[in-house]
Ligand binder design. Sequence first.
Ligand SMILES: *[C@@H]1O[C@H](CO)[C@@H](O)[C@H](O)[C@H]1NC(C)=O
Ligand SMILES: *[C@@H]1O[C@H](CO)[C@@H](O)[C@H](O)[C@H]1NC(C)=O
Ligand SMILES: *[C@@H]1O[C@H](CO)[C@@H](O)[C@H](O)[C@H]1NC(C)=O
Ligand SMILES: *[C@@H]1O[C@H](CO)[C@@H](O)[C@H](O)[C@H]1NC(C)=O
Ligand SMILES: *[C@@H]1O[C@H](CO)[C@@H](O)[C@H](O)[C@H]1NC(C)=O
Ligand SMILES: *[C@@H]1O[C@H](CO)[C@@H](O)[C@H](O)[C@H]1NC(C)=O
Length: 214
Amino acid sequence: MKAVVGLLVLLVRVSHGVETHCDGRQDRAQCFGVLGGSIDIQLMNGTSEIHKYKYLKNSLVLLYVSDKQVLSNTIGHRSLIFHVNGTFRINNLSSNDSGIYTLQTFDAAARSTGEWTLQLFIQAPVSSVLLVSECLSQGERRVSCSSEGGDSPQYSWTLDGRTLTDAELLSVNNETNIITLKQHVSGRLVCSVRNYISNVSKEERISICGERTL
Ligand SMILES: *[C@@H]1O[C@H](CO)[C@@H](O)[C@H](O)[C@H]1NC(C)=O
Ligand SMILES: *[C@@H]1O[C@H](CO)[C@@H](O)[C@H](O)[C@H]1NC(C)=O
Ligand SMILES: *[C@@H]1O[C@H](CO)[C@@H](O)[C@H](O)[C@H]1NC(C)=O
Ligand SMILES: *[C@@H]1O[C@H](CO)[C@@H](O)[C@H](O)[C@H]1NC(C)=O
Ligand SMILES: *[C@@H]1O[C@H](CO)[C@@H](O)[C@H](O)[C@H]1NC(C)=O
Ligand SMILES: *[C@@H]1O[C@H](CO)[C@@H](O)[C@H](O)[C@H]1NC(C)=O
């Protein structure tokens, strides 16, 4: 009789709600938003000293503001500008919102006073992780990890909270996310799948193949 029923735990680590914040005052910032969520981009400290500014996405003008008057906003139906604290909020993010954003500021004489860029990445969170393990004929254990939902998932493994060593691993395939463990290996095996905005893991308590568990 085989007894390979493991303890399965799903831990979800999705960033708070689906709202993210981005400090665009840092030039060349990298920011992350959640698909369908919203992002607050802090463009500047406040607009009191800035007469005019343009906000560009991939070199096309998205927003044009002069003396607190919004002269154009191509995504006006799903964005808000808070002049008091220099924040631009974009709602209902789609993958199309990923790109390079550039803030250009101007003084009263329309002379350029500065330029800041940031790169925005919109990702879907990892929604589930599946771990499948089986004993091979020589007592090795093959474990595969797969995930659903997330963009650009990165996989990692731990055994009892630390990285797997060559003494425990017979083989690793980074493309299929299948590992083969040596005969004597047992413990709490965890596969974590993460991207910029989420981290989901699944664990299984693995016993030595061929050993009976009560
Ligand atoms: C915003 O304020 C901080 C601290 O007061 C200052 O260091 C920074 O230069 C300001 N940034 C801009 C873009 O004006
Ligand atoms: C800017 O103001 C808006 C509206 O009051 C607020 O929701 C947002 O959190 C503020 N952002 C910052 C960075 O202070
Ligand atoms: C959000 O955007 C999608 C398309 O990207 C659209 O189908 C949906 O209706 C929008 N939702 C809201 C609440 O505006
Ligand atoms: C994304 O952008 C492309 C090209 O600009 C456009 O055809 C498409 O409708 C956009 N999709 C959404 C969901 O806005
Ligand atoms: C597989 O991934 C691990 C960890 O990311 C890395 O150290 C190793 O070099 C990769 N092996 C191959 C063959 O890509
Ligand atoms: C992902 O979550 C797991 C389990 O909660 C944790 O051990 C790991 O450090 C996390 N990784 C990152 C990159 O946050």
